[in-house]
Design a protein around this ligand. Structure first.
Ligand SMILES: [Zn+2]
Length: 166
């Protein structure tokens, strides 16, 4: 079992008999956006990588749990997971042997926010990269190609894959 999966098992243990396992999205966003500001202040452009790599680890752990023999079935499982966890509504927009484009509507981090003129969903981008990496068994390049926070109405992640692996 991977260290990422061990981490998920550890943090999934919740004992909050009165407060439960769900939190309002404002709490998540406060943590997410205030942290991002401080990490950016400390690391400059490297901050994005911190969030992207964290998302990647999460994507690896989730990918391990949801693994299926075909990419279609796998993406279906991942999409269901993302919806059930209320991260957003993930949808494959383009699937070719070298490129995947996935829309993330109702993004947990930024849906509904006013435009700040930046693409900010590095954790989500890393997550998508991580789940794809688990399927193809190799590191992939991923970037956020659209973002609500950039006034583009939806978030979208583009993943570039080595063709022979799919
Ligand atoms: Zn976004």
């Amino acid at each position: 079992m991977s260290k990422e999966k061990d981490m998920i098992d550890a943090i999934a243990k919740v004992y909050r008999p009165h407060t439960g396992a769900d939190i309002p999205i404002l709490v998540f966003r406060a943590f997410r956006h205030f942290s991002a500001n401080y990490v950016k202040e400390m690391l400059g452009r490297g901050a994005n990588l911190v969030f992207q790599n964290s998302g990647r680890d999460f994507g690896h752990a989730v990918g391990e749990m949801l693994k299926k023999p075909t990419l279609d079935e796998y993406l279906h499982e991942v999409t269901q997971f993302v919806f059930n966890m209320r991260v957003g509504r993930l949808e494959a927009r383009e699937v070719t042997s070298s490129r995947l484009v996935l829309g993330l509507d109702e993004c947990i981090t930024c849906a509904g926010m006013d435009s700040i003129g930046q693409r900010i969903c590095h954790f989500e981008t890393g997550f998508v990269a991580g789940v794809v990496e688990t399927f193809v068994g190799e590191k992939v390049r991923a970037f956020e190609s659209k973002c609500n926070a950039n006034g583009e109405g939806i978030c979208e992640v583009t993943v570039e894959i080595t063709p022979k692996l799919i």
